[in-house]
Design a protein around this ligand. Structure first.
Ligand code: PEP
Ligand code: MG
Length: 306
């Protein structure tokens, strides 16, 4: 699956052979504009994105503004810790006009097609429920005014705030799908700013504590029968992708340039022995086994193209 945010990326789906778009970052349209994109401008962009995706699924993530994603004309107070600040769905729920307009645009653009909407930066299940309510209300409104509707609507939550890891039994029954945002999840788990190179590379994202956190979500999603995707940058890096596959993650979304190399890896891979060895390394009492080293050994042993 692709990560994307610009329609210019989408014709590449043909070349990369990705099965769809796992993450369409809708805030990009807002970031490159000089004023708030109007309803119709949003509808046009989403329609075009869906047209280019063709029969492939495309997951639209609701605005993830704030943090490192600056939208200058949406003036907000200076924040000491913007990544943990007034951003994303927090802003969406606090300014429902903005959220409603975007939801309406998505629903209108998806007329006669299936629609998948992903909610970013969910910290508590309650926020996901509130967002679903906003979406259902917009849907009812359009239905009443006789607009053509999406043929199917699936609502997913991003798991990227650590607190949600301990609320999966509440979240998962509410979600049609979930997607792990490893960029934020790892940043918050390690308290290391993803945008600050002095600390962002200091902690291995697939070291045991982080991999355990991710596995918690993978296992819970399987128990609840909820489809799960990894849409953070981890999925596009070979050793990291191998780590994810070895804990049972089967849907990876990444930048278009990573699809070829990761496909090559998957096609040459014998995953079962790697799964067993990672499971042993993750089991209790085997603290200290470096997952990355272990996977690098497997890459050598199976002569994998990384
Ligand atoms: C993530 O946090 O991993 C993610 C996919 O979203 P973004 O990088 O846009 O925050
Ligand atoms: Mg994120």
């Amino acid at each position: 699956l692709h990560n994307s945010g610009l329609v210019a990326d989408l014709p590449m789906l043909e070349d990369t052979g990705a099965v769809g778009v796992g993450l369409f970052r809708t805030e990009l349209q807002f970031m490159i504009a000089s004023r708030l994109p109007r309803l119709q401008e949003q509808v046009d962009l989403y329609s075009e994105a869906m047209r280019l995706a063709g029969d492939r699924p495309i997951v639209f993530r609701l605005l993830d503004i704030g943090g490192d994603k600056v939208v200058p004309y949406l003036r907000s107070m200076a924040e000491e810790n913007p990544a943990m600040g007034y951003r994303s769905i927090r802003l969406g729920l606090d300014r429902p006009g903005l959220l409603r307009t975007q939801v309406r645009a998505l629903l209108l653009a998806a007329r006669g097609r299936p629609l998948k909407i992903l909610v970013p930066m969910v910290t508590e299940t309650f926020e996901f429920q509130q967002t679903k309510l906003v979406i259902r209300r917009e849907l009812e409104r359009l239905k009443r005014s006789g607009e053509p509707l999406p043929v199917q609507l699936e609502l997913g939550a991003m798991v990227e705030v650590p607190s949600l890891l301990f609320e999966l039994d509440q979240l998962l029954p509410e979600a049609d799908f979930v997607s792990i945002g490893s960029n934020d999840l790892v940043q918050f788990l390690t308290a290391a700013d993803r945008a600050n190179p002095r600390v962002s590379a200091s902690y291995d994202p697939i070291a045991l504590p982080r991999l355990r956190a991710i596995k918690l979500v993978v296992d819970a999603a399987r128990r609840y029968g909820v489809p799960i995707t990894m849409c953070g940058e981890l999925a596009g890096r070979p050793i990291e992708a191998l780590a994810l596959m070895s804990i049972g993650m089967t849907r990876l979304s990444m930048g278009p340039a990573s699809i070829g190399p990761i496909k090559e890896l998957v096609l040459n891979l014998e995953l079962e022995p790697i799964k067993r060895s990672v499971a042993a390394a993750m089991s209790d009492g085997s603290e200290g086994v470096p997952i990355r080293g272990l996977l690098e050994d497997w890459v050598d042993r199976q002569n994998l193209p990384v």
